[in-house]
Design a protein around this ligand. Structure first.
Ligand SMILES: Nc1nc2c(ncn2[C@@H]2O[C@H](COP(=O)(O)OP(=O)(O)OP(=O)(O)O)[C@@H](O)[C@H]2O)c(=O)[nH]1
Length: 844
């Protein structure tokens, strides 16, 4: 069991070195000593082989991690193979090993089962001289020719039945001054390298001191003390005991009376340079060493605790005990590492479905995962929701609420609508008639382009959501999926294609939502009706205040002027005969008029009335002419609403011709219904009549002519014989331009204000509707559709046997990384299992 411990630690050490990891502080023995103190000699004697480079100057320039692995001798291996499941038994490893002595004869030929392996080379070395050369070459390769030192270790494993399981690290000897072409800071470099190794708490320091130098000058003990002040993990090794001055000995040191080390001092006698030169075998050297201690008067009594063999045994024991002491820590550490590595490995995905027979399952699994991630991102049910930024579905909500909402909100409903535009629109749509009434046609003409303003932000909203879905799709990735870059790319492509397909229909639908709004202007919308009433009231009150400023005399003066102006207006419009015809025709059955009307007495409220025929040929309002005039705004609709009729009825009913400036246009007689030619002849409109019907009935004189500008005039003529064209023209010439302009400007201001307010009101209704509908459409046609069909689409496009191979092409970098992590995890597991089986014995 003990044997396994060191082997497990060795295995871990290799694994960690191979993967460049240094996460576990593994127990190991590190040999420290000043130059020529005998470090290499000690190591060689322990192994029983010549395998370390020798020479003048600094030879060891890279750490040499030497793992000694006890292999069973032939008779042992038979025993072991009979129970292969049990760990290699090394019960006699701590006992004197005959093989060690027998084979440690310095023979150049490796005996059975003795060989070396380097971690950097896939080769088994049975010739130990070759090992020596490889160490030299490898040192030169990394640390250069006879130059400085390198921290990069060389890993050498020696398998032999003659060694005890041990891990020893040979380090460059401590120096004082650079020799030859050594770097000037060589001392510092070596010291730092050594300190790196021995400062790790799990390191056992083998502090070599030559006995022929005063212990007080021992560099190794000095350095060891700096990292292990209490001497808990330092073993003192005294070399060159044979070279001490005659009459002196180191018994006090070896018995721990000079320098306190818990693990004590062990004295050894290695081969002298002369022995080495003379090819004295290891066996002979060991015997000589044994003889030296046995026969030395000072060491005779402690001979069994001296020598290389005892050192090897002790090191093995110490290392073993040390590992055992550190077991709980190591197990805890391994446990943590296993958890972490397990997680790391899991991130690469399941390996259950690797292999050809599982390709379909794997593709299906990965695409399902992808689809699920996509949907989860939209739904906001992803695990790793960000707290830093909005993502997925939340971003879509943000686009709807904030981006789209803000874009719609920032549209000015009457943007680019100048007074001139409004005036032109009104004029064009009233045709030959004066524009007292603001016809709904004008309103439609003006509001439609404004509604179109909603289109760009609505389409942009679709695009933004589309882009967001694209982003979501690109973000749907996992470490597992990244292993298959081609599958990942294909998944993204298929979903992108699905989204692209939906973009067109969604945009078209949204566009049609705007078109629908522009197709029919529903002035009967309850919100608009309510709103326009308020607007009218406000405008009216505003206007009323202005009217109050005018004097009664001007009213009288204008009563004539207005009538004249009315005639003039009719005349003016002659040039628009065709348009007038159109207008009248169009409105023949369902005229819809937004009316700015001179009020009757009942003009304080807004009414809707049937207006079956064409719009009235209203008089041109002379807003300023009547201080009591009221502005009426009426929304006509298909059911018909005739303010002209209404006003006429009102004024007719009230008989207060003076109240309505329309009256002035239609003859200036009292009791004229506003805008009704019939009213001009004192017709009492009960039931209310359409102004133009009335007008036509009289004006067209039953000639069957369609009402047009001319017929209007004719009607006027026919209606009021008092007018003759000459006097009218005359009056037209006489009418001061200034007066006319003043009147127009005043009216226009009224109309413009009113129509702007109405456009804003209607626009807001449409805007609200669009703001409500576009997100719904986008969700339905784009988001939900993609969400619901993504899985099917992926399966239909990619779940094909012929594609599997291509799709499951693995990213090589990730694959090897996964392999590395897997190996690491296996090593941790193995070590952990072995450590768990270890029987805890009290430290020796
Ligand atoms: N007589 C005698 N000579 C020894 C003993 N130990 C080492 N030597 C000699 O001392 C010299 C240096 O020994 P090494 O083992 O090379 O010492 P080192 O510490 O590895 O030297 P560097 O690797 O150069 O730092 C060699 O000539 C050895 O033969 C010993 O116990 N007795």
């Amino acid at each position: 069991m003990d044997v396994d411990l060191i082997q497990v630690v060795n295995r871990l050490q290799e694994t960690f070195t191979a993967i460049g990891g240094d996460s576990v502080d593994l127990p190991q023995c590190v040999v420290v000593g000043s130059q020529s103190s005998g470090k290499s000699s000690v190591l060689e004697t322990i192994v029983g082989k010549d395998f370390l480079p020798r020479g003048s100057g600094i030879v060891t320039r890279r750490p040499l991690v030497l793992q000694l692995v006890h292999t069973p001798a032939p008779h042992e291996s038979n025993a072991a193979s009979s129970s292969s499941s049990s760990p290699p038994h090394n019960a006699d490893a701590n006992e004197p090993q005959p093989e060690l002595l027998r084979n440690a004869a310095g023979s150049r030929q490796a005996t059975y089962g003795e060989y070396g392996e380097f971690l950097h080379l896939d080769k088994r070395f049975t010739d130990f001289n070759e090992i020596k050369r490889e160490i030299e070459n490898e040192t030169f390769r990394v640390a250069g020719q006879n130059k400085g030192v390198s921290k990069l270790p060389i890993h050498l494993k020696i398998f032999s039945p003659n060694v005890l399981n041990l891990t020893l690290v040979d380090l460059p000897g401590l120096t004082k001054i650079p020799v030859g072409d050594q770097p000037s800071d060589i001392e510092r470099q070596i010291r730092s390298l050594v300190t790196d190794y021995i400062s790790k708490p799990n390191c056992i320091i083998l502090a070599i001191s030559p006995a022929n130098v005063d212990l007080a000058n021992s560099d190794s003990l000095k350095l060891a003390r700096s990292v292990d002040p209490q001497g808990r993990r330092t073993i003192g090794v005294l070399t060159k005991l044979d070279l001490m001055d005659q009459g002196t000995h180191a018994l006090d040191i070896l018995t721990g009376r000079v320098y306190p080390l818990k693990l004590g001092f062990i004295g050894v006698v290695n081969r002298s340079q002369q022995d080495i030169n003379g090819n004295v075998s290891m066996l002979v050297a060991r015997r000589a060493e044994e003889e030296f201690f046995r026969s030395h008067p000072a060491y005779r009594n402690i001979a069994h605790r001296c020598g290389t063999k005892y050192l090897a045994k002790t090191l093995n024991q110490v290392l073993m005990n040390h590992i055992r002491d550190k077991l709980p820590d190591m197990k805890a550490r391994l446990n943590t590492l296993m958890g972490q590595t397990q997680q790391e490995l899991a991130a690469f995905g399941d390996t259950t479905f690797l292999g050809d027979q599982h390709r379909g399952t794997l593709v299906l699994k990965l695409m399902t995962q992808f689809a699920r991630d996509f949907v989860a991102s939209i739904d906001g049910t992803t695990f790793d929701l960000s707290t830093k930024e909005l993502c997925g579905g939340a971003r879509i909500y943000y686009i709807f609420q904030d981006v789209f909402g803000h874009a719609l909100g920032s549209i000015n409903p009457t943007q680019n609508l100048t007074v001139q535009d409004i005036r032109t629109a009104i004029r064009n749509s009233t045709g030959p008639r004066p524009s007292l009434f603001v016809p709904e046609a004008a309103f439609e003409l003006l509001i439609k382009p404004q509604i179109k303003l909603l289109e760009p932000p609505s389409l942009r909203c679709v695009e933004l959501v589309y882009e967001e879905l694209m982003k979501i799709c690109h973000n749907c990735t996992s470490a597992e999926l990244q292993r298959f870059p081609r599958l990942h790319a294909q998944l993204i492509e298929v979903v992108s294609e699905l989204l692209r397909e939906r973009l067109g229909p969604t945009s078209e639908y949204v566009q049609s939502l705007i078109q629908i709004q522009a197709a029919y202007i529903n002035t009967n919308h309850p919100a608009f009706v309510a709103d326009s009433a308020n607007i009218a009231r406000d405008t009216r009150e505003d206007q009323a205040r202005k009217q109050m400023a005018l004097t009664a005399s001007s009213r009288r003066k204008h009563s004539f002027d207005s009538a004249s102006a009315g005639g003039t207006a009719t005349d003016d419009d002659d040039e628009d005969d065709d348009a007038a015809n159109n207008n009248n025709n169009n409105r023949g059955s369902a005229s819809r008029t937004l009316t700015v009307n001179g009020a009757s007495k009942t003009g304080s409220k807004w009414e809707r009335k049937e207006r079956s025929a064409s719009s009235a040929h209203e008089s041109r309002p002379h807003a300023s002419s009547n201080p009591e005039s009221r502005v009426h705004h009426t929304i006509g609709h298909s059911a018909g609403l005739a303010m002209g009729g209404n006003a006429g009825a009102g004024s007719g009913a009230g008989g207060g011709a003076k109240d309505s400036f329309l009256n002035y246009f239609f003859g200036g007689a009292s009791g004229l219904p506003v805008g009704g030619a019939g009213a001009a002849s004192g017709y009492h409109p009960a039931p209310p009549r359409n102004a133009l019907t009335e007008f036509s009935a009289h004006g067209a004189n039953g000639r069957g002519q369609k009402p047009n500008a001319m017929s209007g005039r004719t009607g006027l003529e026919g209606n009021s014989a008092a007018y003759d064209m000459k006097s009218l023209d005359k009056h037209l010439e006489a009418t001061p331009i200034a007066s006319e302009e003043y009147a127009l400007s005043d009216r226009e201001e009224l109309e413009t204000t009113l129509i702007r307010a109405l456009i804003a009101s209607y626009f807001n209704i449409v805007r609200q509707s669009i703001q409500d509908l576009v997100p719904k459409a986008v969700m339905h046609l784009l988001v939900n559709f993609s969400r619901e069909t993504v899985q099917n689409r992926l399966v239909a496009s990619l779940y094909k046997d012929s594609l599997f191979e291509e799709l499951l092409y693995e990213d090589e970098g990730l694959t090897s990384e996964r392999k590395r992590v897997k190996q690491l995890l296996d090593a941790y597991r193995e070590a952990f299992n072995v450590l768990s089986e270890v029987t805890f014995k009290p430290s020796a």
